[in-house]
Design a protein around this ligand. Structure first.
Ligand code: ATP
Ligand code: ATP
Ligand code: MG
Ligand code: MG
Lengths: 258, 258
């Protein structure tokens, strides 16, 4: 069945959504079938794939809180082989709505296990919000692997132990098959010493867990969402697109899927 | 008494902490007495002002959940006139710990009202986490003004209505004196069209609420936290420091405090 990968980091603005969108797109472009789940109330992954705000209908909130099926809420995107389960506006209130629901942290896992498409898809990619609350917890319990984007900045480096400790706690108590699959360095800027210091520090501490592929800071990456397209579609030749294509290849290799 | 200003935006990585640290520092440097409250479990504001992780003792979690007084938990910083109420490690679990506590959203306001230093300080600046959960809610209920840092990027622009709508909802139901004081454009990069498009859009929509002062993208700003110093101390002549000094002057002017 599909490999379920959560893209998570409580530090904000490190490139979670950008990585989720473009990794999913690169995997689909390579012929894999992929579902992207937008678990962030901001709904940036839905926007970045061209889904207008008022055309999202029932989405992940309806699945988590109202018993809708995954099959009934996923949508096609402009990319063949890639579908999305969008973030509906009510997702902002999910934490409050689910307070007294039993098994509230497992709702996403239960919904995915009940989906008959799980066995025919290759990947499910989950974009998490910048917090360690109930929504991210649902993502970590539904996933087998966590990919942690790490911006090459000091505050992001400082926060890396919070997410790795959370992954370990979830593994021990709630989801024994969860692993820290890897760390991806993002917004790497070779003109800036800080990027190298952070990259060295992270490789020194996490060794092979850190992906060879680094995502460079590249203006075309931040322009793409305003056109409702992944950067792979917006400007395939850009350094950002090329890095995400390499990232997808390295992911497939590391998972031994060739 | 002190003016209480929350620095809030659910979008991650837009410069909330950087603005909180450097605005507080610039106000203290201009002779005002300032308390900075670190309401983010990441604890980046505490780090950015040089407080080692293992020297934070009882902090804001102890105030919110264990009844500690503000006077007993605030610390001096390396900047005269600026003290900090740090984020203690347990803050990550605050949402869970406070679930069944009555008045949980008003704990910060109650603690500030009981603090005898409120009348002798000029400003209380609150750094909020990247979410609209219980901690940010505590910040919005304790404050009179909200300053929203807005990164000059598309996803950040997309999210601006979420925070402005939340401010309006809190004003109507929980804190009638709360206002959207202003929006500050951050990481403005004049070499990049996107920055100008975002700036024009925001000024078109929010008019005078948008500060004249823009904070430029400046590498010295992101280097400063690794030295445990605000950029004003790390490199006073840098474009980042100069912008934060102008921001503090504009804030004082807009609040009619001259
Ligand atoms: N490689 C890159 N080069 C340039 N800009 C980038 C790059 N990756 C991401 N960005 C931009 O940086 C900002 C933050 O990225 P993104 O929104 O993907 O992070 P996030 O971790 O999902 O944020 P949040 O914590 O709010 O969910 C966005 O405006 C995005 O367009
Ligand atoms: N003007 C600037 N120029 C360059 N880098 C900046 C600037 N402002 C902030 N940064 C860097 O950008 C990153 C994000 O800023 P910061 O952590 O202050 O945002 P935040 O909104 O507090 O993030 P979070 O949502 O995680 O709390 C940090 O690494 C910071 O050093
Ligand atoms: Mg995101
Ligand atoms: Mg912050």
């Amino acid at each position: 069945p599909a490999r379920v990968i959560a893209i998570a980091n409580q530090k904000g603005g490190v490139g979670k959504t950008t990585t989720a969108i473009n990794l999913a797109t690169a995997l689909a472009a390579a012929g894999r079938s992929v579902l992207l789940i937008d678990l962030d109330p901001q709904g940036n992954a839905s926007t970045g794939l061209g889904l207008a705000r008022n055309a999202r209908g029932h989405g992940i909130f309806a699945v988590l809180a109202e018993g809708y099926a995954v099959a009934d809420t996923l949508r096609e995107t402009i990319i063949p082989g890639l579908s999305i389960l969008p973030a509906d506006p009510e997702l902002t209130a999910a934490e409050i709505e689910l307070v007294n629901v039993s098994g509230r942290e497992k709702r996403l896992r239960t919904a995915l296990e009940a989906w008959d498409g799980l066995s025919s898809h290759d990947f499910v990619i989950i974009d998490c919000p910048p917090s360690l609350g109930l929504l991210t917890l649902n993502g970590l319990i539904a996933a087998q692997d966590v990919l942690v984007p790490l911006q090459c900045e000091f505050f992001a480096l400082e926060g890396i132990t919070q997410i790795t400790q959370t992954i370990e706690a979830v593994r021990q108590r709630l989801n024994p098959s969860l692993t820290l699959h890897g760390i991806v360095l993002t917004m790497y800027d070779r003109r800036n010493n800080l990027s190298d210091l952070v990259a060295e520090d992270v490789r020194g501490f996490f060794g092979k867990k850190v992906y060879e592929t680094m995502i460079p800071r590249n203006i075309r990456v931040s322009e793409a969402p305003s056109h409702g397209k992944p950067v792979l579609l917006y400007d395939l030749k850009s350094p950002g697109s090329q890095a995400y294509i390499r990232l997808a290849a390295e992911l497939v290799e590391r998972l031994g899927l060739r």
